[in-house]
Design a binder for this molecule. Structure first.
Ligand code: NAD
Length: 388
């Protein structure tokens, strides 16, 4: 009989919803080695917990997260709380022998990340950190094209992650989702929140970053705290731009802000190499753009004619990553499916099977955290910072 894995969900906000939905849906689309059961959800507020339980179908609730972690009938702990809580929750879960799912950024800083890696490795438990954009089929196809040498020798990597929701001075700090503006809760600003994603995909597609040189900006220096009512100084980076040198000799630029009027989730990545170029934009998530120049085997220029140019590929065919699990060609999937794909890969990998792509573990995410820390340090010290 198929083994059952019971899930304890720590958090009931935006990510609590995407992760609960993934657990409910994953078995409908993937043939899995396990059956998962939404056993218990945690919120400090019992009303929230009860509402969440009803909507997503949890069997029970807790208002003390440590009680879930201690329960013998829980196999997976899923950490979907703000960043300052990740370390204690992950370490406790690992010590209790649970498999761990953790949202990004992994931690407040690299010191915390190292403690988390040590706990997970000591306990020998499986882990995944939710760098969910790797599980968008177009981004996974981007990876496939890199692996097939269709980019060739990379020269440039270019990433943006821009939004516009904190431009008004009236946006407060603290509370649901706006805890992101509070340095004590978030750790950093756009660097940990948005660039962590960009750095994760950059290193996945283009290998390790060796050094960075960054500039950060705080445009609105104080905001009213929604919980205390006090005017609070803002310490997190509202915007961050950095240059990067990759180990493979290519160079990169990264830009992130929450002040790019008109941009909602403008997460883009582009690579330009000797054989071709590739571009992805999360505001058109079902497309990948590709420019073919050299043959991947020989590097020789392919024949050019009047149709030479960028191809805009609708990534919905059965031969595209993950798409054989969904509908017919031309029918797109959405944001929630990245979390379903991620969970499928994690469960398949846990059972020793072959995922579409291996999932980033807590150790992998600790590496991303190091790059984030180097970016913040570089901006503070106004110099290039090398990454070990
Ligand atoms: N992978 C992604 O693309 C992605 C997207 C959004 C958020 N995230 C990450 O997911 C995590 C959660 O973000 P979110 O958007 O769901 O936030 P949210 O504000 O929507 O939800 C946070 C949850 O944590 C609870 N919470 C808040 N403060 C708490 C405290 N002090 N003690 C206990 N519980 C507390 C809230 O009640 C809520 O249930 C963050 O680490 C964030 O960076 C990742």
């Amino acid at each position: 009989m198929m083994k059952t894995l019971n899930v304890g969900m720590l958090g009931t906000g935006f990510m609590g919803r995407t992760h609960s939905n993934a657990f409910n849906q994953v078995g409908h689309f993937f043939e899995l080695p396990y059956k998962t059961v939404l056993k218990c959800c945690y919120s400090r507020n019992p009303e929230n917990a009860k509402k969440f339980q009803t909507i997503w179908g949890y069997e029970s609730i807790e208002t003390d997260w440590r009680k879930i972690v201690e329960r013998d009938d829980i196999d997976i702990i899923d950490v979907v709380t703000p960043n300052h809580l990740h370390k204690d929750m992950v370490v406790a879960a690992a010590e209790a022998g649970k498999a761990v799912i953790c949202e990004k950024p992994l931690a407040m800083n690299s010191q915390e990340a190292a403690e988390m890696v040590a706990a997970v490795e000591k306990a020998g438990v499986p882990s995944v950190v939710s760098f969910c954009y790797r599980r968008n089929p177009s981004v996974a196809l981007f990876k496939q094209l890199v692996d097939e040498n269709r980019i060739g020798r990379p020269f440039h990597y270019r990433a943006t992650y821009n939004q516009d929701y904190t431009i008004s001075e009236k946006v407060p700090v603290g509370g649901a989702s706006l805890w992101r503006l509070d340095g004590k809760v978030a750790g950093s600003g756009v660097t940990g929140d948005l660039l962590a994603h960009s750095i994760d995909t950059a290193e996945w597609l283009n290998g390790p970053i060796e050094k960075v040189c960054a500039h950060t900006e705080i445009f609105i220096k104080e905001r009213k705290n929604v919980e205390t009512g006090e005017v609070t100084p803002i310490t997190i980076d509202d915007a961050c731009m950095f240059l990067a040198v990759f180990k493979n000799g290519s160079i990169g630029t990264f830009e992130s802000t929450r002040y790019a009027r008109g941009r909602k989730n403008f997460n883009t990545m582009e690579m330009n190499g000797s054989n071709g170029a590739c571009y992805f934009n999360l505001e058109e998530p079902e497309y990948l753009q590709f420019f073919r120049y050299g043959d991947p085997q020989t590097g020789q220029k392919v024949e050019e004619d009047h149709l030479t140019g960028w191809q805009k590929i609708l990534v919905t065919n059965k031969e595209h990553p993950y798409m054989d699990h969904y509908w017919v060609p031309g029918t797109v999937i959405g944001y929630e499916h990245y979390f379903i794909n991620q969970l499928a890969d994690f469960l398949i990998q846990m059972a020793g099977g072959t995922p579409v792509y291996p999932v980033p573990t807590i150790a992998d995410a600790a590496r991303t955290q190091k790059v984030c820390d180097a970016v913040i340090q570089s901006a503070k010290e106004e110099r290039w910072v090398k990454i070990d």
